[in-house]
Design a protein around this ligand. Sequence first.
Ligand code: ARG
Length: 243
Amino acid sequence: MRVAMALALLLTGVAVAPPAGADPRIVGGVVVDAPNPYPWVVALADQNGRQFCGGAIVSRYQVVTAAHCVNGLTGRDVLVVAGRLDVTKPGGTVHPVSQVYVHSAYRSATSGADIAYLLTSTPMPYEPIALAKPSETGLYRAGITGTAFGWGRTSESGSTSPVLRKVSVPLQTNEVCAAAYPGYYQSSSMFCAGLPNGGKDACQGDSGGPFIIAGRLAGLVSWGVGCARPEYPGVYTRVGVYT
Ligand code: ARG
C-alpha cells in the first residue's frame, strides 16, 4: 500500500498538500548571504537560462550532479552557472558544457547510481569541493549532520528560490531509510537524511545539488516522497562509493 503510494507519487510527481505543521520553507533552510562561503555550489540552467538542478565544482573543468538531472541531455542542453547566489540576476560566470557523463549503472534515481559529471569547456574560477573517498565510510554514520544546498522549492508544492539556500539535517540509519522506502532504498548507493518530524529537507529543483559532510561532497540531492514530510527523509546519492 505504502509502496504503491510512493511509486505513484514518484512516477506522476503529483503534489500532495504537506501535513499540517510542516515548515513551509530548500525547505526549512536559510538563505546563503554574500560573500558566498560555498563557491563550489553551481546551478545548472537550460539554454533559456532557467535553473533546473544543482551541482558542485570538483575541479577546474568538472561539475558533479545527479544523473537524473542530465540523463539524455547533451552538452548543448546545459549551462553551468557558477559564482551566482541569485540566479535571476547577472553575476559570476556561465560555462558551456562539452560533455555529459552519466554513470553507466544509472537507470532511475530510485534504483541508484544517480550520479553524473559535466565537463565544462571553459575553466571555472571558483574553489572546488573535495569528493568523499570510498575509504571515508565514517562520514555516513547515522546522527552525523550534513548540509544540502539548492535553489529548489521552499515548500512541497511551492515555488523555487531565486537565491541559494541551505539546510542542515541528520543522517538516518539504513533501517529507518529502508522502512520509509521499502523496496527502493539501497544502502549501497544511497543514504537518507532528515528529521523524524520533517520540516527540513531538499525539494524539487534542488536535485543534483551538494550534500556536504565534514567538508566533503558526500551526497547529491536525489529523491524523496514529497518534501520535508514526517517519516519521509530525503534520499541522497552516496557519493563516496563512486569516486
Ligand atoms: N528529484 C528532485 C529534483 O529533481 C529532488 C527531490 C528531493 N526530494 C526530497 N524530498 N529531498 O529536484
